[in-house]
Design a protein around this ligand. Structure first.
Ligand code: AGP
Length: 601
């Protein structure tokens, strides 16, 4: 969950480009950051050296103070091993200070490697697992001769990478060569290819400003970037032919434009994301529906926001297609998957396609011969490449840590697929287009002002609850996750029927309770729940197409059957965003302790 960016080529402002690239990758982690560049020495005795700068905290408006250079690497950190300190920030160097390394992942065998290196006299400055890697390279370089077959840095890097265990992406430079070495197992690395220059980054978004020609590094592959790109297979180093993709994401997708935050920008992009799926996904959802029909046991998997899309899917396939589709949180599927067979279909849902709690159970499902059909937003991501069939969500790059447009894309694809199962795609298309229209209406100032007012009204509340039944239970869970992760307010979503089984003890005078009330078979029962809450002093906010006397506040949506969840969720996204601002949170794009993609367990 860290951001890596590197450059090698003809431009001499490597440090500035790396800093800009790290800024675009900060959504992946922002505890601290650092850059190392290779600088030609003025001193005749020393050909070149590495200039390094490291800081704790977010990049913000920082400028980097490093000399001109045409080669460098940088890193923005989400701490796994070792606190948030300058010493623990990347890049990490060897004893000679000639090798710099940046890393995303966890080197699971770092303690044993460190002990051996300490015995050999290496000194360490940090508590991180990463720091063993430059010293491993140093050891191999020092051993010279037969082990390196005269290929020095390349061989030393390859041998060092073969020694580490775990899911890692590692990038290194060396003051004595003009190349970047990079390799990965399980954490993303993307190579940008341009005229005699190369970029390496954790996500294409960091590279798009420079080139849209991309090579996706696969697991157990290594690349040397310098005069040319040399791709090899680990552990032995056999040469491979790189596959260059052209990404259709434009750089402007990655910048805020007229919005103050990416979170608000991406909330506003939802009408076109939903419409695009409604109009252009009939073939893909027909194929997905066919796979579901042919399977004996279908399992929707997801984490966080994606898990609520999966939960939504189970209700949807039941109500629209009378089809039993199972659901599991990704991390819990590790303890449920024993019943998988070659006839099973696993449908992992993931924005990033790098979530380790999805990637790992999917690997195991494949070992059991199950088919994997994924809903994923990032082309070339690990999950994208693991899958037998994939539906690209087409939400474009989602930079805010908080998932918004990726969620509505997930449920729109599931919605269209459920209707496809019963040959009603046209009806689904019209309902999704109506949902997109309703979202546009909600995003207009004369509607949003009501949400802003509510956010101000609740800015000092410590607890917020949201009740829903059936499909709206999934909505309640997703809506409260938006509030929790954007505003740090304690919020809980509950199935309405659970109210009297304990939850109602939480209600005090003035406790805000949102009621997700679509015009469906749950309406009467969820209104009864609202009355029970109100009788104990709760303050009731209704969200849905139908008014009720029990509502103290009412945020109306269109009545679009099961698709009503879409405007209801968008209202919760906007409420969370404005509540965060009303509580003085300056940067809702990067909430504390979070990262966009959880690539470590
Ligand atoms: C999204 O709002 C959350 N930050 C988080 O729960 C996210 O949905 C989860 O980590 C799964 O990520 P993925 O969709 O990239 O797999």
């Amino acid at each position: 969950m860290c951001g890596i960016f590197g450059y090698v080529g003809k431009k001499t402002n490597a440090a500035g480009m790396i800093l800009e690239g790290l800024r675009l990758l900060e959504y992946r982690g922002y505890d601290s950051w650092g850059i190392a560049t290779k600088v030609k020495s003025q001193n005749a005795k020393v050909k070149s050296f590495l200039a390094v700068e490291k800081h704790v905290g977010k990049i913000g408006d920082a400028k980097v103070d490093l000399p001109q250079s045409a080669l460098g690497i940088g890193h923005t950190r989400w701490a796994t091993h070792g606190g948030v300190t300058q010493e623990n920030s990347h890049p990490h160097l060897d004893c000679t200070k000639n090798i710099a390394v940046v890393h995303n992942g966890i080197i699971e065998n770092y303690q044993e490697l460190k002990e051996v290196l300490l015995k050999k006299g290496h000194s360490f400055l940090s508590e991180t697992d990463t720091e063993v890697f430059p010293h491993l390279i140093e050891e191999y370089l020092a051993s010279k001769g037969e082990t390196l077959q005269g290929k020095g840095f390349t061989e030393a890097f390859r041998l060092a990478f073969n020694q580490i265990k775990g899911l890692n992406a590692i990038v290194a430079i060396n003051a004595d060569t003009n190349e970047i070495a990079a390799a990965k197992t399980g954490s993303p690395l993307i190579i940008g290819v341009s005229e005699n220059e190369f970029y390496v980054a954790s996500d294409a978004i960091g590279i798009l400003k420079h080139t849209n020609k991309i090579v996706f590094l696969e697991d157990n592959q290594m690349v040397m970037l310098g005069k040319k790109l040399r791709l090899t297979k680990l552990p032995e180093g056999e040469e491979l032919e790189p596959a260059v993709n052209t990404l259709d994401w434009k750089f402007e997708d990655a910048i805020k434009g007229r919005f103050e935050h990416f979170l608000l920008k991406e909330i506003h992009e939802q009408p076109q994301v939903i419409s695009n799926i409604a109009l252009n996904y009939s073939d893909q959802t027909k194929k997905l529906a066919k796979l579901i029909k042919e399977s004996y046991g279908t399992f929707l998997l997801g984490c966080g926001t994606a898990s609520y899309a999966g939960l939504f899917g189970t209700y949807l396939f039941s109500s629209i297609a009378k089809r039993h589709v199972n659901f599991s949180i990704g991390s819990e599927f590790n303890y449920l998957e024993n019943y998988l067979t070659p006839k099973s279909l696993v449908i992992p849902i993931s924005q990033s396609g790098e979530t380790i709690d999805i990637v790992e159970p999917v690997n195991r499902a494949k070992q059991k011969g199950s088919k994997v059909a994924s809903l994923v937003n990032v082309l070339g991501s690990t999950l994208y490449r693991q899958s037998d069939f994939k539906v690209l969500l087409g939400a474009g790059s989602e930079k805010a840590v908080i998932g918004t447009k990726s969620f509505t894309a997930m449920i729109s694809v599931l919605f269209l697929t459920a209707y496809t199962l019963v040959k009603k795609q046209k009806e689904a298309k019209n309902l999704l287009l109506s949902a997109a229209k309703n979202v546009e209406e909600i995003l207009k100032e004369d509607y949003t002002k009501n949400i802003k007012k509510l956010a101000l009204e609740f800015k000092n509340k410590e607890h917020i609850y949201i009740l829903g039944r059936g499909l709206s239970y999934a909505t309640a869970l997703e809506a409260t996750l938006k509030i929790k992760e954007t505003t740090y307010v304690h919020a809980e979503g509950f199935a309405g029927g659970e109210l009297k089984h304990g939850v109602i003890a939480l209600i005090e005078k003035g406790t805000p309770v949102f009621i997700i009330a679509p015009n469906d078979e749950t309406f009467d029962d969820i209104i009864s729940n609202a009355q029970e809450v109100k009788a104990r002093g709760g303050f009731i906010i209704g969200i849905g197409p139908r008014k009720s006397d029990v509502f103290d506040r009412f945020l109306q949506t269109r009545d679009i059957t099961e698709a009503t969840i879409i405007p209801q969720v968008v209202i919760s996204q906007l409420f969370a965003y404005y509540l965060a601002l009303s509580r003085g949170i300056k940067d809702p794009d990067k909430p504390r302790n979070l990262a966009k993609s959880v690539t470590v367990k």
